[in-house]
Write a protein that binds this ligand. Structure first.
Ligand code: NOJ
Length: 764
């Protein structure tokens, strides 16, 4: 009996340990053996992620890295560029450290490597899952050819506040769209299921910034976030969870607090939700100095915040070196257990194992690949096509666009002749002089059919200090070399404009006016540029505004006064020829807005999937006393979510439902016929929205539930069908349970979130 009990106890202990194991017996054994040889210090070393200093994106730099690697105090390095450099650093790890554990090399490969695709907000505007996956595949191919095996992407933070500069890095305001994109990107980087990391061009993804980073108060970066759990789960969490479902290998903790506790120390977030509820089995890394910053958040000194991060479920410390400098002492003092540390170390080693680095630490260091697979013609062609899909035609009176390839085209504006401004924020691996300028891109597209002239017209911003802040990281617009005043530049521009048949005004934001630490309170086109635009319009020539933007901007005046507006975001290295393709009609624009464009900043946050309130406006009214509205402006956006024109017109039939009732196991299809009534072949993004009419809690007026990008030739019609299952109708109720509630639902299909055809069905 005693023997039996002992056996049972042993089994229980093993079962408890097995809890922490992966289920991959071979990997578990390998890591058990390795960890059996590791000292406490070496285990802590695996949790340390210094920045190489090659590319810095924060305030701190790490020092003595080579010495630390030799001493087993480094688990990985990030933002080091070049396969030879990475190979040498890896050599130090696997030849000169005691246990020869390879390093993991990370980088912010956010929307491409040297071939840069549109900024993520622009990629979201394609509403094209396949193109997004392909862009991540190409990014992984190029980065891995240059020694990188881990990218800090996808960034999936939902944001409804365009003041926040990092809205450019995510997929906008909608959780469903964000989730679809999260999955596509994880598949593109890593591969799907068992196929992940099989080849040396598949790298590990890192979904970020977990969680709610995009909901910072007043849109100020790194700001406080506070919201109800119901809002969190219904409106913000899905994209992170979708990345986990797609098998993402790592998660980055966000800088902000959640429920009063910085995410980096938030156990509920990092363990209860992420691991226990969603089943995440990879590792968690902090954001840059995320641990150290908790001292300023005011929750303890370095030892305390480091212990709290580990306890919460964080495995790797980016840059703070709080783990490195305090965890040993915390183990000795019983502030954290050795088991917690072992678990974090195991997760880092598992990532290296999954990537195949123990089999071949140089798996990603093939210098021959680096010569052949980066910035290739093939990649660039795909990037050009993808960029064209991302542009959103906001306005096109009297078919101002497309332009004819003839006569004289004046390209005017401070963004017209800049190469470094084209790729957009977070393109750290790009060669800044490689992209064509807009002037060059247009010249390429029109060839000798038209004459292309250029004038700068104005500075980016009249305030030199502001302009300096807005043109960092080598994204200079050469203000120092520009000796002329705005008035002189304007005079030259007007003379160039008067001698042209059409004016392309290249205006808006510089690339570094969005992205990290680039929040704005005024979302208009900056002062001197707007003056330039007004003067150009006065010439009476047709003016096309090519708007560079890393966020939804306020364009009410432009919408009233400029005949054509093409929003091109920041389209990547191939943006310039892609803009030419669209301006001159080789490609019809088809991008749709992934975020609402407000009429003015006072409306912010403004988003399409809002609640109805108890005092909604009556249909067709824009102001009613004692209703939910403003005195000075309607509740309407300038351009709604999902909006975007093309060179053709699409006509939507009524919605046909295969059934008007479904039960808990059933499904129905909703179909529309979309007809291209114009003269151009074009893509259209057909969008499906659903409204739950009555719930136990209030439900949004509509929510995106599916979409499909279809190509329809001029004069043709296509049926587009969506399957609606009870799963699509679920939501988090007041008890934060993901449930179906029977009742009536409106299904709405259209080319944007406002202009839809509606039908009704019942869930029994
Ligand atoms: C800080 C940013 O918030 C994060 O997105 C990025 O991945 C890290 N820096 C590393 O560069």
């Amino acid at each position: 009996m005693k023997k039996l009990l002992t056996l049972l106890l042993v089994c229980l202990v093993f079962a408890a340990c097995d809890d922490k194991k992966s289920g991959n017996a071979e990997m578990d054994k390998f890591i058990d053996d390795l960890m059996g040889q590791m000292t406490l210090e070496e285990k802590i070393g695996q949790l340390n992620l210094p920045s190489s200093g090659d590319i810095t994106t924060g305030e701190a730099k790490s020092s003595n890295i080579a010495e630390k690697i030799k001493a087993g105090q480094v688990g990985g390095l990030f933002n080091i560029k070049g396969v030879e450099k990475i190979k040498e650093v890896q050599r130090i790890a696997v030849e000169e450290s005691r246990l020869k554990i390879p390093l993991i090399f990370g980088m912010d490969v956010i929307h491409g490597y040297e071939t840069v695709f549109p900024i993520p907000l622009g990629m979201a505007a394609t509403f094209d899952r396949a193109a997004i996956e392909q862009s991540a595949r190409i990014a992984a191919t190029e980065a891995s050819a240059d020694g990188i095996c881990w990218t800090f992407s996808p960034m999936v933070d939902i944001s409804r506040d365009p003041r926040w500069g990092r809205v450019s890095e995510g997929s906008g305001e909608d959780p469903y769209l964000g989730g679809e994109i999260a999955k596509a990107m994880v598949y593109g980087y890593q591969g799907r299921g068992d196929d992940a990391y099989k080849s040396n061009n598949q790298i590990m993804a890192c979904v970020k910034h977990y969680a709610l980073y995009g909901a910072a108060e007043a849109g100020r970066d790194y700001g406080t976030t506070d919201m109800s759990r119901m809002r969190m789960f219904n409106e913000y969490m899905y994209p992170y969870q979708a990345a986990v479902d797609a098998g993402v290998g790592s998660v980055m903790a966000s800088f902000n607090e959640v429920d009063g506790v910085p995410a980096t120390a938030n156990k509920w977030l990092m363990t209860d939700v992420l691991r226990d509820q969603w089943g995440f089995d990879g590792f968690v890394v902090t954001d840059y100095t995320g641990i150290m910053e908790m001292i300023d958040h005011g929750i303890g000194d370095m030892q305390e915040v480091s212990a709290r991060a580990l306890d919460a479920g964080v495995d790797m410390d980016m840059v703070s070196e709080g783990f490195l400098s305090t965890l040993k002492q915390s183990v000795e003092e019983g502030k954290v257990t050795e088991e917690q540390l072992n678990l974090a170390c195991r997760r880092i080693l598992e990532a290296k194992y999954k990537l195949g680095l123990f089999d071949d630490p140089y798996k990603y260091c093939d210098a021959e690949r680096a010569k052949k697979e980066i910035y290739t013609d093939e990649h660039r062609t795909i990037a050009r096509q993808t960029a064209a899909k991302s542009f959103v035609l906001l306005k096109n009176d009297n078919n101002t666009l497309p332009l004819d390839k003839k006569g004289t085209v004046a390209v005017i504006g401070p963004l017209a002749n800049s190469s470094s401004n084209m790729p957009g924020t977070w393109s750290v691996a790009v060669n800044l002089v490689a992209p064509k300028t807009l002037v060059e891109g247009i010249k390429d597209v029109v060839g000798d059919k038209a004459r292309v002239t250029y004038a700068k017209g104005s500075h980016l911003i009249s305030d030199a200090a502001y302009e300096e802040r807005a043109t960092m990281f080598g994204r200079t617009l050469n203000r120092e070399q520009e000796k002329r005043t705005d008035a002189q530049m304007l005079a030259e521009a007007l003379s160039v404009a008067r001698n042209a048949d059409v004016i392309v005004a290249a205006l808006g934001e510089s690339s570094e006016m969005s992205g990290e630490s680039s929040s704005r309170t005024d979302l208009g086109i900056p002062d001197v540029q707007k003056t330039l635009l007004k003067e150009l319009l006065k010439t009476g020539k047709p003016v096309v505004l090519v708007l560079f933007a890393g966020r939804p901007m306020t364009l009410t005046w432009e919408d009233e006064n400029v005949p054509a507006i093409l929003n091109v975001w920041f389209g990547g290295t191939e943006a310039a020829p892609a803009i030419g393709d669209v301006l001159f009609g080789d490609v019809s624009p088809s991008g749709k807005l992934p975020a609402t464009f407000p009429q003015n900043v006072g409306q912010v946050p403004l988003f399409y999937n809002h609640k109805n309130t108890g005092r909604p406006l009556a249909q067709g009214q824009w102001f009613q006393k004692f209703r939910s509205n403003y005195l000075d402006v309607s509740n309407e956006p300038l351009y709604p979510f999902g909006y975007g024109l093309s060179y053709t017109q699409f006509d939507y039939s009524d919605v046909r439902l295969s059934a008007t009732e479904i039960d808990g196991n059933g499904e129905l299809t909703a179909t529309v016929t979309v007809t291209n009534k114009g003269k151009y072949d074009s893509d259209e993004v057909v969008q499906l929205y659903i409204r739950d009419l009555v719930g136990s809690v209030t439900r949004p007026v509509r929510e995106l539930k599916d979409f499909e990008r279809v190509t329809i030739k001029a004069g043709e019609s296509k049926d587009v069908s969506f399957t609606i299952t009870p799963e699509k109708l679920k939501f988090y109720n007041a008890d934060i349970q993901f449930v179906n509630e029977p009742g009536d639902f409106d299904v709405m299909i259209g080319g944007n979130s406002r202009d839809v055809k509606t039908a009704r069905f019942k869930l029994k």
